[in-house]
Design a protein around this ligand. Structure first.
Ligand code: ADP
Ligand code: MG
Length: 926
């Protein structure tokens, strides 16, 4: 028998911790979190096999710790086994870095607050530092792992298929999602091959974290819960699917959205998961073998009650009083969904580890808990109370949804909006006379269920790019849908820039043209849509199958071999000869535009035509003369240029490559290209895709008339939902049919809300700025400041100006009172730090609004910089809205529009309207 060499031992034991890319990322993330990081960037190249880089902004590694950081069993987190009893960190074994070193090349760049600069260290396979060099990175640590499994070919081979690699990437994303939820104030990004795949911003609490990860639609179907138990000490909190929630929203076919944490550690707890699935499937009356409910369960127990040291990756933990925890979870489930149907004792917990023996335990535990908290009935009641109190809280939160993401919690006028969570509540409220009757769901009987909605979304798996384009072009193609039956909701949604969707240009078709969400065809007298020639009776068998008249162009074949404007533009451009009318237009247009700044170009052109008609014969002749001269010029230049090109081949006989520069023929081509472009622009107005949606204006009108009877005064908006086009939001008023862009509306609402009450975070200045009349531009402004509300905090006679107009705009101004009034003075002690070059001139802007503009409200005296910043924030926040909104979301948005925007309706931040007029509803049937 021989002792294994050290190298081999290390290799063997490391492969227990480090079995995959995701385990490396997990260890590095946990190290970053243990170092109190609030921002983590994970970058992978080639699915992590070429490079894994985790950068954090944490405390960094002290110079004296560097030599041992990757030596096995060196850790800064515990010093004895007793420390495990009060463990608060993710790591404690001092193994991860060492293990990673033994199977890859590792670089660690780090800087603590005390260090002047960061340093990059290279480590060898034993974890020893082999070299160091200065680096430019800021505080925190960056660990770079290169060539993972370089010496473990078998492991590497395991990941040789692209499917395995993609699965691995998905696992990394799921892992980051878990940490993102449990650490709301953590900012995380995941970048693969330089493309951002997933990210999460900082949010205020778990509720918001879930919202940003699961989306508002799913969170709308969730209920928060809290359950406390004193002995043994167990705290449960989180979100579970509401009773009667729609299982297409609250469950998926894998457990990746079933989040269980024990003391903030994401864990696999099969028994808990099973318990929750049992209750969930009972509630939904669905088979639980396929579905996993979406939930977030955070279990907090004393550190001494868990043993994390069970598996190398710490995803399995040993709970010392697991049965009590299971019982507590079950109590929560029971009070939410009701008890499981009565079964033969021992049978309801049959199938897995949760064996009969545990069942007995549980019964015992009931007694324990019972004696602590009163009769077991009360026990349930207790849990239920927690639901209700918290659920109203989340409902409020839900009602104001993303608006609440604005970092600080300020009360707002949106807070008492009726909840979205409870359909019954909504239908009872005045806001939505009756949500169901408000819907003209003509298609509901067609049997197309909700899952279709999700299928018609935009899939983004790069592999399905083609299918994707087809989806975009014709998501009503039922065959297509059937083929995709298995595909669930797309996971990686596209990066859509805020501006692009707000401007309505987020989606492009394969030709790069803007994709209109929908175009309603207005029926002609005959009732048949004339353009729909292809709509044959065979196709028409099923009114659901809307046909598409998409002419697919092959972009490549069309463009191949063609001269583009770019080929020609850098040759000398010869201005085309102008006609007499063109010269006239050229001359008089600037003045007309100047005089009628609001008139559209088309109207200006009409005016010019009119003027041209009224022009005297003599004047017209004059222009024709000019035109003739221009034509002469054109011919002259063209001749000259073509003479040059004729010469060229004689100079360079070797070069047969056709030169495009400067030839007269080019000029014609160029003219043609521009001409075509103008034509194409005109064509853009036409819908790229035509979808026939069965729709009857007269039945719509009749429905509205019926509704109209119990509606008084104010114009009511009725949502028309079509299950085949779930992302199309059509509203009918008494006379009109309009299309809503809910994102624009949400953006405007967010913007308004931010302008009204968002408080810019303040940072203390290194040196306070003493305010004076001269600095601020007048004694009247100083006087206004002195008049503002003060808030005295200390006994030293100094306080702060607490006027919201200053505070919300990020000015912390201290009042230093002297012996007499004349001796007191003001100084800016802190200022908003989120805006570059923010300062005195912005304070002046506020004061000028207050003094000269008599601004009373915060929103009336926002400096321009702040307005711009908040508008940007609104766009950014609105962008985080899910791609698919629920009916309730949109109705709530409309409700808030009426409440908060009233008559004022300036469109979104970019000034684009919320509604697009589709057609008038005829008074009588045609
Ligand atoms: P453990 O986390 O179990 O202590 P590791 O091998 O993961 O062991 O890390 C070893 C030590 O290196 C840690 O105890 C910690 O002091 C230091 N360290 C590792 N990564 C970081 C980081 N991102 N920020 C600060 N310190 C770190
Ligand atoms: Mg660690």
């Amino acid at each position: 028998m021989k002792q294994l060499p050290g190298e081999t031992i290390r290799l063997l034991s490391s492969s227990q911790v480090i079995t995959s890319v995701v385990s490396v990322v997990k260890e590095l993330i946990e190290n970053a979190l243990d170092a109190n990081s609030t921002s983590i960037d994970v970058k992978l190249d080639n699915y992590g096999f070429s490079k894994i880089e985790v950068r954090d902004n944490g405390s960094g590694i002290k110079v004296e710790d560097v030599p041992v950081m990757a030596i096995r069993h060196y850790t800064s987190k515990i010093s004895s086994s007793e420390d495990l009893e009060r463990l608060t960190t993710y790591g404690f074994r001092g193994e991860a870095l060492g293990s990673i070193c033994s199977i890859s090349e590792v670089l660690v760049t780090t800087k603590t607050a005390a260090d002047d600069n960061s340093t990059q260290y290279a480590l060898n396979s034993n974890g020893h530092v082999t070299s160091k060099k200065p680096s430019h990175l800021g505080q925190g640590t960056t660990v770079t792992v290169l060539n993972l499994f370089k010496n473990l070919p078998v492991r590497k081979q395991f990941y040789s298929t692209s499917r395995k690699c993609k699965e691995e990437l998905k696992k990394v994303q799921d892992l980051l999602t878990a940490y993102g939820i449990i650490k709301p104030d953590l900012r995380v990004t995941l970048i693969h091959n330089k493309a951002v795949i997933w990210q999460k911003t900082r949010v205020s609490d778990h509720k918001m974290a879930c919202m940003s990860v699961l989306g508002t639609a799913v969170m709308g179907s969730m209920v928060p819960f809290q359950h406390c138990c004193e002995y043994p000490e167990i705290n449960l909190s989180g979100f579970l699917p509401k009773a009667e929630s729609d299982s297409s929203l609250t469950s998926i076919s894998s457990s990746e959205r079933s989040f269980i944490f024990i003391n903030n550690r994401p864990v696999l707890q099969k028994e808990i998961l099973k318990l929750i699935r049992q209750y969930y499937s009972m509630m939904t009356h669905k088979d639980c073998t396929r579905l996993y409910p979406v939930f977030f369960l955070n279990i907090t127990v004393p550190a001494s009650a868990v043993d994390v040291n069970v598996t190398p990756d710490k995803t399995q933990v040993l709970l010392h009083y697991k049965e009590s925890v299971l019982l507590a979870v079950e109590n929560v489930l029971k009070s939410l969904y009701g008890p499981l149907p009565a079964t033969v004792p021992g049978e309801n917990n049959e199938t897995d580890v949760t064996s009969a023996d545990m069942f007995v335990h549980r019964t015992e535990q009931t007694d324990v808990v019972g004696s602590e908290m009163g009769p077991s009935g009360n026990n349930e009641l207790h849990a239920r109370t927690s639901f209700l109190s918290l659920s109203s809280d989340v409902q409020n939160c839900q009602a104001v949804k993303n608006t609440e993401i604005c970092l600080n919690h300020q009360t707002s006028c949106g807070d008492n909006v009726p909840s979205l969570l409870d359909k019954r509540e909504v239908s009872k409220s005045d806001a939505f006379p009756d949500s169901s009757s408000n819907l003209l769901c003509e298609e509901e009987q067609n049997g197309q269920n909700m899952t279709d909605i999700q299928r018609s979304s935009v899939p983004l798996d790069p592999e399905s790019k083609k299918a994707n384009d087809e989806h975009l072009l014709g998501f009503d193609n039922t065959d297509q849908l059937d083929k995709n039956e298995g595909a669930s909701v797309p996971k990686d949604l596209p990066e859509i820039s805020a501006d692009s969707w707000s401007m309505g240009s987020a989606f492009k078709d394969s030709l790069g043209d803007k994709l209109e969400p929908v175009k309603i065809l207005i029926p002609e007298a005959g009732g048949r849509i004339s353009k729909q020639k292809e709509y044959t009776p065979e196709q028409g068998n099923d009114p659901q199958i809307s046909n598409q008249s998409v002419k697919k162009k092959n972009v490549i074949s069309e463009k191949f071999g063609h001269v583009t404007a770019y080929d020609l533009i850098n040759s000398k451009i010869i201005k085309k000869a102008k006609s007499a009318f063109e010269i006239f237009t050229h001359e008089c247009r600037p003045k007309l535009i100047n005089d009628n700044p609001k008139t559209s170009m088309a109207d200006i052109l009409l005016k010019i035509e009119e003027q041209w008609k009224n022009l005297s014969e003599e004047a017209k002749k004059n222009y024709e003369l000019k035109a003739a001269k221009d034509l002469e010029r054109y011919n002259r230049v063209v001749k000259k240029v073509s003479a040059q090109t004729v010469h060229r081949p004689t100079k360079e006989p070797g070069k047969q490559k056709p030169k495009l520069r400067g030839s007269a023929a080019d000029q014609q081509k160029l003219d043609k290209i521009f001409h075509d472009q103008i034509e194409k622009k005109g064509k853009l107005e036409q819908p790229v895709k035509t979808v026939t949606v069965p729709f009857s204006l007269s039945s719509c009108r009749r429905h509205l008339q019926r509704q109209g009877k119990n509606v008084s005064g104010e114009q009511e908006l009725f949502l028309i939902r079509r299950q085949s086009c779930p992302d199309v939001w059509i509203f009918a008023t008494e006379k009109k049919l309009k299309l809503l862009n809910p994102y624009r509306l949400e953006e405007a609402l967010l913007c308004k809300r931010l302008l009204m009450n968002h408080k810019l975070p303040v940072e203390k200045l290194d040196k306070p700025i003493l305010l004076s009349d001269s600095l601020i531009g007048g004694s009247q402004y100083m006087a206004a400041l002195y008049k503002m509300q003060k808030n005295y905090q200390s006994f030293h006679g100094s306080g702060y100006l607490s006027d919201p107009r200053l505070v919300a705009n990020g000015f912390q101004i201290k009042v230093i009172e002297g012996v007499s009034a004349t001796e007191s003075h003001l100084e800016i002690e802190g200022m908003a730090n989120c805006l570059p070059y923010y300062g005195i001139s912005d304070l002046k802007e506020i004061l000028s609004a207050v003094v000269d503009g008599n601004a009373k409200e915060v929103c009336e005296c926002r400096p321009l910089k702040v307005v711009n910043y908040l508008e940007g924030e609104a766009v950014r926040l609105a962008r985080q809205l899910p791609l698919h909104l629920s009916k309730e979301d949109v109705q709530n948005t409309i409700y808030r529009m009426k409440q908060q925007l009233g008559k004022e309706n300036k469109g979104c931040v970019h000034g684009r309207p919320f509604f697009h007029h589709l057609t008038d509803i005829p008074e009588v049937d045609k």
